[in-house]
Design a binder for this molecule. Sequence first.
Ligand SMILES: [Zn+2]
Length: 155
Amino acid sequence: MSSGAEVLMVVGAHAGDAEVIAGAVVAQQVHDGGKAVIVHLTLGERGQGRLTEQEYARQKADEAQAFGRVVGADIVVPPYKDTELAATEEAKLRVCDGIRKHRPDVLISHWRGSIHRDHVECTTIVEEALFYAGLPSLQREHPAHNVGLLCFGEN
Ligand SMILES: [Zn+2]
């Protein structure tokens, strides 16, 4: 990620995943003059037992936005539920539309062998969304876009 014109997208299953997987890469990308978009497919609102899901969702949303402000990344949070993430056509097309809108050169996400089922679903969603995003015959709001490089990380 050296050219300032490049766009990086990171897609994580739970808010916090993308930051752990690629937070430093995101910060460097924006520091170098590029653009970064982080997609949290869920807020990870069931990830602890002290607060209610609603309270923790609010905290996680605030933390995600704070990270975005600090590093200068756009934050996108689709309305999916922690532990219920599913590789549905709707989710694949939603991520496809985000890829077509932001036109990333590089995309980073979970690897298929990750330990959490939502992470594995996220991998499937991303891989199929990349296919849909690059399909010229698939008519959506934005034109087709092929991502040059898909990388996998682990948290
Ligand atoms: Zn996670």
